[in-house]
Design a protein around this ligand. Structure first.
Ligand code: 13P
Length: 257
């Protein structure tokens, strides 16, 4: 983490779990368990139908809510889709784009990720852009090249001021939901490379300002070591964000330096 230059963010990704009726008790429990004077940005990215209940539950709290996907389109005949304007209208602050589960199961392409990120930024919603390699790519030593390609594709056509408003999440696919976390060294190495790609595309000042998160089996036990890395500015947390105690421990870990 480097608080001096960028925001530390602990974001939960509930994926397709829980119900709207779980929002209030979850937030009450989380608020009781997490440090009162926390300085990190805390976000819960929840399924669309849970967003209004989250908004109510988080009123007067220092937690933000987010979404997990957005349409590429602004409006119109796109049955089942949710636009960036609809999210902004619900005061959604963050939205995940390019999660590997959406790339894998819903055919989300790099160009779609780019369009979605821009649609969000136009509406004042911060995109959390996910990138990460498969196990096969890692074993073939293609990680650096592939992740750099994903980052460049996601940021294509954005000016420096816009990129500063993006968050990148490095989520190696082989570490998601598997209990197999990237080692702190592996995660740091790729997050450092991602910052290098941003520096190459823009400049050192912009690269220094972008928060880069790690995601993939981050939990209450392994978070401290990951968060201690200089280029890891927080976490994108799946399983451990479903339990208030675990999520609160990860939030607390950002305060210990
Ligand atoms: P897990 O923390 O369950 O491995 O999920 C990570 C993730 O995909 C967050 O977006």
């Amino acid at each position: 983490m480097n608080r001096k230059y960028r925001k530390v963010i602990i974001a939960g990704n509930w994926k397709m779990n829980k119900l709207a009726t779980d929002a209030k008790p979850f937030v009450e429990e989380l608020r009781a368990a997490m440090p009162k004077d926390k300085t990190c940005e805390t976000v819960l990215c929840v399924p669309f139908p849970i967003i209004p209940a989250m908004a109510r539950a988080m009123r007067d709290s220092r937690i933000a809510y987010g979404a997990q996907d957005v349409s590429e389109h602004a409006s119109g005949a796109y049955t089942g889709e949710v636009s960036a304007a609809m999210l902004a209208n619900l005061k959604v602050k963050y939205c995940i784009v390019g999660h590997s589960e959406r790339r894998q199961y819903h055919g989300e392409t790099d160009s779609a990720v780019n369009v979605k990120a821009k649609a969000l930024l136009d509406e004042g919603v911060t995109p959390i852009i996910c990138v990460g390699e498969s196990l096969e790519q890692r074993e073939k030593e293609l990680t650096s090249e592939f992740v750099a390609y994903q980052v460049k594709a996601a940021l294509a056509g954005m000016d420096a001021k816009t990129v500063k408003r993006c968050v990148i999440a490095y989520e190696p696919i082989w570490a998601i939901g598997t209990g197999r976390t990237a080692s702190a060294e592996q995660a740091q190495e790729v997050c450092h490379e991602i910052r290098g790609v941003i520096r190459e595309l823009y400049d050192a000042r912009i690269a220094r300002a972008v928060s880069i998160l790690y995601g993939g089996s981050m939990n209450a036990k392994n978070c401290a070591e990951l968060l201690a890395q200089p280029d890891i500015d927080g976490g994108l947390i799946g399983g451990a964000s479903l339990k208030t105690e675990d999520f609160a421990k990860i939030i607390s870990a950002t305060e210990e330096e």
